[in-house]
Design a protein around this ligand. Structure first.
Ligand code: GAR
Length: 200
């Protein structure tokens, strides 16, 4: 089996990235990590990727202030030596333009902490609480030029509890993210794009 080379993009602690790497290390996975790329050298996940023997790259967005196209050209150049077949955004907190997402159409996934199409963007947990939702969760989807849009590949549903704060809810959703994203990537890398629903 030729395994698909997966680049994982992070901005922070990279707990989702670790869950993807851990699963790709298990038997029978059609994907293998080729590089973990961060937009800041402060991203805690870089050390965790290196510990697992995965190459890392940093393209700091700050010198590109406002020039997303140049930032994305630098990302493409940084990726080139690793020849990825696909990209997983895992807590990558920079918006990508259509120029980049079109190049990776059908080959780039993202995890978002809400039941899309609800609550695109930031502060998803607080917004779900504010709306009085009884069900919240997370979504893995294909990335398109629209933020937090694109075909849905999987969702994990998390009941909202009466005493929940944004923090307690986020923590329970994150547990599900760590189950959902590897499960979707495993199927996707093997060519299965059917929607996966996890219920907690
Ligand atoms: C995760 O909750 C992920 O869903 C979210 O950032 C967190 C990253 O945590 N992503 C987004 O909000 C993207 N729109 P991690 O670095 O520990 O994986």
């Amino acid at each position: 089996m030729t395994r698909r080379r997966v680049a994982v993009f992070i901005s922070g602690g990279g707990s989702n990235m670790v869950s993807l790497l851990d699963d790709m290390a298990r038997e029978g996975h059609a994907g293998m990590p080729c590089v973990v790329l961060a937009n800041s050298e402060d991203a805690g996940g870089l050390a965790r990727a290196a510990e697992q023997g995965v190459p890392t790259a940093v393209v700091d967005h700050r010198p590109f202030a406002g020039d997303r196209t140049a930032f994305e050209a630098a990302i493409s150049a940084a990726l080139q030596p690793y020849a990825p077949d696909m990209i997983c955004l895992a807590g990558f907190m920079r918006k990508l333009t259509g120029g980049f997402t079109d190049q990776w159409a059908g080959r780039m996934l993202n995890i978002h902490p809400s039941l899309l199409p609800k609550y695109k963007g930031l502060n998803t947990h607080a917004r779900a609480l504010e709306a009085g939702d009884s069900l919240h969760g997370c979504t893995v989807h294909e990335v398109t030029a629209e933020l937090d849009d694109g075909p849905l590949l999987g969702q994990a549903r998390v009941p909202v509890l009466a005493q929940d704060t944004a923090e307690t809810l986020a923590a329970r959703v994150l547990v599900q993210e760590h189950l959902l994203y590897p499960a979707v990537l495993r199927r996707f890398a093997a060519g299965n794009r059917e929607m996966l629903i996890l219920q907690s």
